[in-house]
Design a protein around this ligand. Structure first.
Ligand code: SF4
Ligand code: SF4
Length: 499
């Protein structure tokens, strides 16, 4: 006697004239309205093509083997939960030589040296990071402008490498810089020690210099000059330029609206292979200047739409460039893995996936939590490096609360949303925008943006646009960059993807 398949937990959403149906493991099927009716009324014909399609994606489950397969798929997708804090953000100084209209970090002036991290504090931070259960961690230098406190950056690279060797861990160092204080000596050191370099490039010169002020010079000229020099230095060091190049991010402000093509052209001209179009966050100066620089979610999506279509047009012409927010979602949509992007996962990475350390040794759930502190609110502060262990951090009541507030399965709206398996909510953003760590999704701008981006991506699957799906396939390919990993052991896959 054959067993009748049981329905798995499914969520669905109409996209165009079809339905996207997902399960908890992030698998999906696209159904016509007639097929959706059959599924909803439990009338799928045994042995039909539709039943087989639903069984293959575990929307229907038949017997214990099938349940085990579905559980394995779910476990693989959520494997980040077992890794512990992998990202350790060190604010080595709050000082910065630039003034950006949207500065989320609330920078300090160049003379305010009391905002620098000391070597003693930096070593304590490295010691805590090395206690993470993850065998692979990233130490990210943030600011302010981290090159202002160059001696501490260098010391952490040396000390961190030594400690990683002793702990049998792999460590990657990542520097987030405006590049205007770069010089040949620093560049030589960073390339030699394989420190990954990222910067902010807001697009054409007029927008970049309008948003990011550098006294007595053009922030744009400095930034693109050093981007080129760094990329050449990687090539001179024998590194594959397809994998090793400066990564850049654009913070989208009102000035960008209507200028999507200009932004994409700028990135392509600078040799970038990825564009990360980051929406504004309600922290730091961006909160004070929001009247003049912010926009609605609908404005952002219109801009995003133009940019994505133009990026795809460029790909069709053979230009290899991807959009990073899309690539994060597409990795979840198209592969059995999760890229472990800490701000878009379920629950988010606050305290359990990432930890931020301020210049004075105070510890925060994440860099965004630290940004709120700089605005005078210590709600996301966990304590001080001098009197906390890693266990104290991970088990802190605030961390537990943020985990609850970002577990989509219990959030009204998210729990029933078809995009729940691929999405995430940021309690710190929600607090900044809506005054509540739990999102009020009907009016939450970030939810609208994430939903809109996923709608746009899924439309290509609904339409069966194989040319674009092939481009997406390239965007989610694993791109390992072993040269950035410091350790003496063979370079194994750490599960991270080139998104
Ligand atoms: S609270 Fe927000 S910024 Fe912090 S880790 Fe979670 S999603 Fe990221
Ligand atoms: S944040 Fe919005 S798009 Fe994401 S799962 Fe929740 S309701 Fe869906």
């Amino acid at each position: 006697m054959s067993t009748k398949p049981e329905r798995n937990m499914m969520r669905w959403r109409q996209v165009g004239d079809k339905f996207v149906v997902t399960n908890d493991a992030g698998e999906f099927v696209v159904l016509t309205p007639a097929e959706m009716d059959l599924v909803a009324s439990n009338k799928v014909k045994p042995g039909s093509e539709l039943e087989n399609r639903l069984l293959a994606k575990h929307m229907l489950m038949c017997g214990p083997d099938c349940i085990e397969e579905a559980a394995e798929a779910f476990g693989r997708k959520a494997s980040y939960l077992y890794r512990g804090p992998v990202l350790h953000i060190m604010v080595v100084t709050l000082r910065c030589n630039q003034v950006c209209k949207y500065c989320h970090a609330s920078r300090a002036g160049m003379k305010e040296t009391e905002n620098d991290m000391s070597i003693a504090t930096a070593e304590k931070v490295v010691d805590m990071a090395m206690r993470s259960p993850s065998d692979s961690i990233t130490i990210e230098f943030q600011g302010g402008e981290p090159l202002v406190n160059w001696e501490v950056v260098k010391h952490v690279v040396e000390y961190g490498t030594m400690k990683a060797d002793a702990a049998g861990k792999r460590v990657m160092f990542s520097l987030v810089s405006n590049l205007s204080m770069m010089d040949d000596e620093k560049l030589d050191y960073l390339v030699r020690r394989r420190v990954q370099i990222s910067t902010s490039l807001d697009g054409p010169k007029d927008i970049h210099d309008g948003n990011r002020k550098l006294s007595g010079a053009s922030a744009y000229d400095k930034c693109v000059f050093w981007m080129e020099r760094i990329n050449k230095a990687y090539v001179a060091a024998g590194l594959d330029p397809k994998l090793y190049h400066v990564e850049a991010l654009a913070t989208i402000t009102r000035e960008h609206l209507g200028r999507a093509r200009d932004l994409v052209d700028e990135y392509i001209a600078r040799g970038c292979r990825a564009i990360f179009m980051r929406p504004l966050n309600p922290f730091g100066y961006a909160k004070q200047t929001e009247q003049s620089i912010s926009y609605s979610a609908d404005d952002f999506l219109k801009f995003y739409d133009e940019a994505l279509k133009y990026i795809l047009e460029q790909n069709r012409k053979g230009v290899e460039v991807m959009e990073r927010l899309a690539a994060i979602f597409l990795t979840k949509i198209m592969t059995p893995d999760d890229p472990n992007y800490l701000d878009i996962r379920n629950p988010c990475g606050a305290g359990v996936g990432q930890i931020a350390y301020n210049h004075d040794g105070s510890i925060f759930t994440c860099d965004e939590g630290r940004m709120v502190y700089q605005m005078g609110d210590d709600i996301f502060k966990l304590g001080e490096i001098d009197n906390m262990t890693l266990k104290d951090v991970v088990t802190h009541e605030t961390v537990k609360t943020l985990m609850m507030a970002s577990t989509l399965d219990s959030i009204p709206g998210c729990a029933t949303c078809a995009y729940k398996p691929w999405c995430g909510t940021c309690p710190v953003y929600n607090y900044g925008e809506q005054g509540n760590i739990f999102p009020q999704n009907s009016t939450n701008q970030r939810c609208r943006i994430y939903m809109g981006v996923q709608d746009r991506l899924m439309k290509y699957f609904v339409d069966g646009d194989n040319e674009v799906i092939d481009i997406f396939r390239r965007w989610v390919e694993v791109k390992e960059r072993p040269e950035y990993l410091h350790d003496g052991r063979p370079k194994a896959d750490d599960g991270s993807r080139g998104v």
